[in-house]
Design a protein. Structure first.
Length: 177
């Protein structure tokens, strides 16, 4: 009639194992804060309606300095004056491995929604201002990227040259002793 003591022992072991696993997962998540932002696909695929030019980049700078720099730092490194106060710490927006994987739409969504402790900027900033910030955030990742000049210099016509066989290959090797 009664369940065998062996059986209940194994189920307790399994339960204990699961609890330990759960605690472990919580610790890992707490230490690394690597819970990815859940951005709806629709938002992820949104394109920046604003051209990425100097005008928009410069327009974003004062907005960034006013609303973002205290946390993310002047150059986006996540080292703003208030950064120490927050947990998780403000993201390093210059980190290429992570940042180059984000779409414009995702960054726009992140700025719009925020995530604790980062506030939402949906009401504080207009759509255009947030898209301008996306351009600025992008510039943090690749600060050395050359901005395409408005006056296009015509590229030299691509000359198709078949390379002559290397003359000096094996020169010294083929020489008889
Ligand atoms: C109160 C401090 C604070 C302010 C102000 C703030 N952020 Fe953040 N930001 C954070 C924190 C903290 C995170 C990380 C949140 C997380 O991962 O859960 C974050 C994350 C981000 C991310 C996501 C990067 C990633 O890791 O995927 C972007 C983009 C971003 N912030 C841009 C901005 C911009 C632009 C502004 C200004 C409009 C701004 N933030 C203002 C604290 C702040």
């Amino acid at each position: 009639m009664s369940t065998s003591p062996k059986k209940s022992k194994t189920s307790i072991k399994i339960l204990l194992g699961l609890v330990i696993l759960l605690i472990f997962v919580c610790i890992v998540l707490a230490v690394f804060h690597e819970t990815p932002w859940k951005v709806p696909l629709e938002d992820k695929l949104r394109k920046n309606p604003i051209p990425a030019n100097d005008t928009n980049l410069n327009a974003a700078k004062p907005i960034y300095n006013e609303y973002c720099a205290n946390c993310h730092g002047d150059t986006g490194k996540g080292d703003g004056s208030d950064a120490m106060m927050y947990d998780p710490a403000p993201s390093d927006l210059t980190e290429p491995k992570h940042m180059t994987h984000l779409t414009d739409g995702e960054i726009f969504y992140q700025i719009t929604q925020g995530r604790k402790p980062m506030p939402s900027f949906r009401k504080k900033l207009t759509d255009d201002q947030r898209w301008q910030l996306v351009i600025l955030v992008r510039s943090f990742v690749a600060p050395a990227a050359p901005t395409p000049s408005p006056t296009k210099t015509p590229e030299p016509p691509a000359t198709k040259k078949t390379e002559p066989p290397a003359k000096n290959s094996g020169q010294s090797l083929d020489r008889p002793p």
